[in-house]
Design a protein around this ligand. Structure first.
Ligand code: PGA
Length: 264
């Protein structure tokens, strides 16, 4: 069966648990209204302190964390482990989001450790990779055919020492940093090129079947209007959604678009 993942990354929002619960309930309600096709996964990734209440408020939806630390226990003030969020009902963890890399100092090496910790706890990591600058695109925004080497490094270094069996449970999200929160999404055609590039790297590191099995998502200024073009023209297996995931109706509409395409 084909699967599509519509993942809401709430980031540092909303500002109270009450609002988080209200939003989770609203997404659940809007999703239920739309009778989505089987195979459409709606994943909510709220801030860590809201996980338990969001899990209760939207028990039909799936739950993810935005990050975890890679150690299991010990003297790591402020840290939260993979096992802790798994225990709260998380099935997914976003790892390596560009905001974590830029603001909190995550490197390919720590991303690799986090992936291993998430996999060890039996959850599915959503590994986010993406180039910083728009160098691969000319002044008209057209792909020049030369991908930023950082993209390959992010993928290869993140996957170091991870077995084919484990990688097959992962999800990869391509999120060009310049497209995040800017209102300037990448072009579906270019996302398709990157998707093929990612698959080729996976084939080289593992096998054709691993490359075929790992879902690739797109993220960066997606909404209900452009969702269909990414899912269809870029052939991605879902979307990692920031801003639009905070609007229940809009987010559910994106899932509806995914559902229609899946059923077609
Ligand atoms: P955006 O964020 O949809 O607001 O661009 C995407 C993300 O950071 O995951």
């Amino acid at each position: 069966m084909k699967e599509t993942y519509i993942v809401g990354n709430w980031k540092l929002n909303p500002v109270t648990q009450h609002e988080a619960v209200t939003l989770a309930r609203a997404v659940a309600r809007e999703a239920a209204k739309r009778k989505l096709a089987e195979g459409v996964h709606i994943v909510l990734c709220p801030p860590l302190p809201y996980l338990a209440e969001v899990a209760k408020a939207a028990s039909r939806l799936e739950l993810g964390a935005q990050d975890v630390f890679y150690q299991e226990a010990g003297a790591y003030t402020g840290a939260v482990s993979a096992a802790m969020v798994a225990d709260l009902g998380c099935q997914y963890v976003i790892v390596g989001h560009s905001e974590r890399r830029r603001i909190f100092g995550d490197t390919n090496e720590t991303v690799n450790k986090k992936l291993k910790a998430v996999l060890k706890s039996g959850m599915r990591p959503i590994l986010a990779i993406g180039e910083e600058r728009r160098d691969s695109f000319d002044e008209r925004g057209t792909f020049t055919g030369e991908l930023d080497p950082a993209l390959k490094d992010q993928l290869v270094e993140a996957l170091a020492g991870i077995s084919a069996a484990k990688v097959s449970t992962m999800i990869i999200a391509y999120e060009p940093v310049w497209a995040i929160g800017t209102g300037h999404a990448a072009k579906p055609d270019d996302v398709l090129s990157v998707r093929i590039f990612i698959k080729k790297i996976l084939r080289g590191l593992y096998s054709t079947s691993v490359a075929n099995n790992v879902p690739v998502l797109y993220g960066g200024s997606t909404d209900s209007k452009n969702a269909g073009s990414f899912l269809q023209e870029a052939d991605v297996n879902g979307l990692l959604v920031g801003g639009a995931s905070l609007k229940a109706g809009e987010f559910a509409k994106m899932a509806e678009v995914a559902s229609r395409l899946l059923a077609a």
